[in-house]
Design a protein around this ligand. Structure first.
Ligand code: PRP
Length: 287
């Protein structure tokens, strides 16, 4: 298979957690494709675009160079590569911190204590910028992975690595000295994108899925005299949908709410006398 010259190209991570998350997101947004075995190429059936599967850390550079038009990657990798790309949207997944970490019992308590120490990292550029801001000179050990074991191997006094849940740090007897940045999975666009119209269409589709993941649909029945109070709790996106019930003493209400607030909103509605409160997740939306 070969790439069509004028067809939009999307770079997707070829393996790992991010590959799975990206694939799920694209399929949910109606960009249907089938990856055969370990093929590095797939054609999207419903939109004029091709997908190419790449190393996540190569995606920023390949996008800046125009080899791909859109790419899914980490904002940490874009910053590390210093890639000249357009940041189109956050994808709502892969949130993490880049942190300077030292052994739990280390005598290092501030960035100034790092002077002259050895720091292992696969983010040398971001780390160097941070240390320059703190006017601290160190010996950087540049690696591609397994950074968390470098202190116990005796290679480094500290490390700079991504922290998500903190379990890798705990397993290696490390603690966070300071955070250097916060990052997440993003969609990037090349400054020389070959089909801006299709790129915008894909962004709209992905937004539909990403925004929908933040919201739920709440439905409930509420006595007439409590409707105004209930509407104040669930104002909805534009306004809630209110329908009369057969029993004239009650209304049925439907409104979008932030998923993270659902439980507390349900409790408030229950206190107001609402019955049959139901939460439904939303798969996709256009707001
Ligand atoms: C990252 C990072 C840490 C780990 C942190 O590695 O390098 O090792 O995740 O996550 P935690 O705080 O939840 O334990 P990843 O699994 O992405 O693979 P990598 O080692 O190839 O970077």
């Amino acid at each position: 298979m070969t790439f069509a010259n004028n067809q939009l190209r999307i770079g997707v991570p070829s393996k790992g957690r991010l590959s799975e998350l990206a694939t799920e997101l694209l399929l949910q947004a109606g960009l249907n494709f089938r990856r055969q075995d370990r093929s590095l190429f797939a054609r999207v059936s419903s939109i004029p675009a091709d997908i190419t599967f790449l190393r996540t850390d190569d995606i920023p550079t390949l996008c800046a160079e125009g080899a791909i038009d859109l790419g899914i990657t980490g904002s940490d990798l874009v910053e590390e590569a210093g890639a000249d790309v357009i940041r189109r949207m956050n994808l709502g997944v892969g949130r993490c911190r880049l942190s300077m970490c030292v052994p739990i019992d280390s005598a290092i308590h501030s960035p100034a204590d790092l002077k002259g120490k050895r720091i292992a990292t696969s983010f040398p550029n971001v780390t160097e910028r941070y240390l320059q801001q703190h006017q601290t000179s160190v010996h950087l050990v540049r690696l591609n992975g397994s950074v968390e074991i470098m202190v116990s191997l005796g290679i480094a006094d500290a490390i700079v690595d991504l922290v998500e849940t903190g379990s890798t740090l705990a397993a290696n007897n490390l603690r966070i000295l300071t955070d250097i940045g916060t990052y997440e999975t993003i969609l990037i666009q090349s400054p020389s994108c070959r089909d801006l119209q299709t790129a915008d269409r894909i962004v709209r589709r992905l937004e539909g899925v990403v925004i929908a993941r933040d919201y739920s649909l709440l439905e409930y029945n509420i006595p007439h005299d409590k409707l105004a109070d209930a509407e104040a709790v669930t104002p909805g996106f534009t306004s809630p949908t209110v329908t009369s019930l057969e029993d004239a003493a009650w209304y049925a209400v439907r409104a979008m709410v932030k998923s993270k607030d659902v439980i507390s909103i349900m409790e408030k509605l229950e206190c107001l006398g609402a019955k049959a409160i139901l939460e439904t997740s939303i798969n996709n939306c256009r707001l």
